[in-house]
Design a protein around this ligand. Structure first.
Ligand SMILES: NC(=O)C1=CN([C@@H]2O[C@H](COP(=O)(O)OP(=O)(O)OC[C@H]3O[C@@H](n4cnc5c(N)ncnc54)[C@H](OP(=O)(O)O)[C@@H]3O)[C@@H](O)[C@H]2O)C=CC1
Ligand SMILES: Nc1nc(=O)c2c([nH]1)NC[C@@H]1CN(c3ccc(C(=O)N[C@@H](CCC(=O)O)C(=O)O)cc3)C=[N+]21
Length: 291
């Protein structure tokens, strides 16, 4: 069993990005600038946005954080998106999800200029990705594919089962995994899927992206499978200083001994999501996607 070290791969990618930023600066070009919009005080969102700012500093980007309280109106938020779209200094920005219930996430996502949509959530980027055109690809699926590549994991002709069909993870990952460069045969499972246990057991590559802690048990995994655990659920714990513990969607101790490769939580997919956002920001700054 090989433990996939997402933290290490992400650190390598960060170094590659930092080197490119250094070159840009030496050529006298603009410093890449990523902005993040955070609404409210959700613990998870606060953590992820704080990481994003730290990551930007580490590779030499400029970063900005725009904060709103929970009671911000949709109008105010849309006006800010417009302002960020028009701000020439900002190369890319993200609006952290989830948003409060009175704000339409879809409206906000569609208001983002696709050229600055480094999350890859705008329908234009999703559509371009589906037909294989240059696009910003959602950070988590991009990070997962990068992990498979860097560990030289064979994907061609393999049965890939993805549990979860969200717009930010499961669905875009299913598209990437079936593309010609990857060539997996993909099945997308969800809460209405029948015989999920058997289906998972048929997977050469099993991806769990559901948000149900320790859902995937040992008896659901084929001997020699590659298991990618996307889930990150914060559960209360009296064993940690913070009072929280992060749990994946995979019951690691049962599943790991059966795997050829497995990602841990934390330290697997999460760090790859973060570095993929940095990757997309560099693409946005260089105009490589849209010219
Ligand atoms: N590590 C990282 O970088 C990231 C981690 N995450 C984590 O990944 C997890 C999933 O996130 P996200 O994709 O946004 O989640 P969503 O809640 O948007 O989607 C969850 C998906 O899982 C399916 N599902 C839920 N319960 C079951 C079940 N019991 N059996 C089968 N399918 C089920 C749902 O089915 P249906 O559609 O039928 O409702 C849905 O398609 C979360 O823990 C999240 O925190 C998310 C993004 C990045
Ligand atoms: N607009 C938007 N874009 C996102 O990309 C986005 C979002 N909204 N909303 C929430 C989800 C979730 N997400 C994660 C990012 C990093 C880790 C991560 O770094 N995890 C670490 C541990 C983090 C910790 O210590 O809490 C790990 O797994 O090792 C996890 C999850 C991005 N998301």
């Amino acid at each position: 069993m090989i433990l996939i070290d997402g933290k290490k791969v992400a650190a390598e990618m960060k170094e590659e990005i930092a080197a490119k930023v250094k070159e840009l600066k030496e050529r006298g070009e603009k410093t890449p600038h990523l902005a993040a919009v955070l609404v409210g005080h959700d613990g998870g969102s606060e953590t992820y946005v704080a990481y994003k700012i730290k990551d930007c500093e580490a590779v030499g980007y400029k970063s900005s954080l725009i904060r709103y309280e929970d009671d911000v109106t949709e109008e105010e938020l849309l006006a800010k998106v417009q302002e960020l779209n028009e701000d020439d200094d900002i190369d890319g920005f993200i609006v952290q999800l989830p948003l409060p219930a009175h704000i339409s996430e879809q409206k906000v996502i569609e208001a983002i200029d696709p050229k600055k949509d480094v999350d890859g959530f705008h329908p234009e980027n999703v559509g371009r990705m589906v037909i294989g055109l240059p696009s910003f690809v959602s950070a988590t699926p991009f990070g997962i594919v990068e992990l498979l590549k860097r560990y030289n994991i064979e994907t061609s002709g393999k049965n890939c089962v993805i549990v979860g069909r969200s717009n930010i993870v499961g669905r875009p990952l299913s598209v990437l995994m079936s593309q010609k460069a990857i060539n997996a045969t993909v099945t997308v499972a969800h809460s209405r899927t029948k015989n999920l246990e058997e289906l998972c057991k048929s997977a050469d590559i099993l991806v769990a992206a559901i948000g149900v802690p320790e859902f995937v048990k040992g008896n659901m995994v084929k001997e020699g499978a590659v298991v990618i655990d996307v889930g990150t659920t914060r559960v209360k714990s009296d064993q940690t200083k913070s009072g929280w513990k992060l749990k994946g969607d995979v019951l690691f101790d049962e599943v790991a001994p059966k795997c050829s490769f497995i990602t841990p939580v934390p330290g697997g997919v999460g760090p790859m999501t973060r570095v993929s956002l940095l990757h997309n920001t560099l693409l946005a700054a260089s105009g490589e996607i849209y010219g």
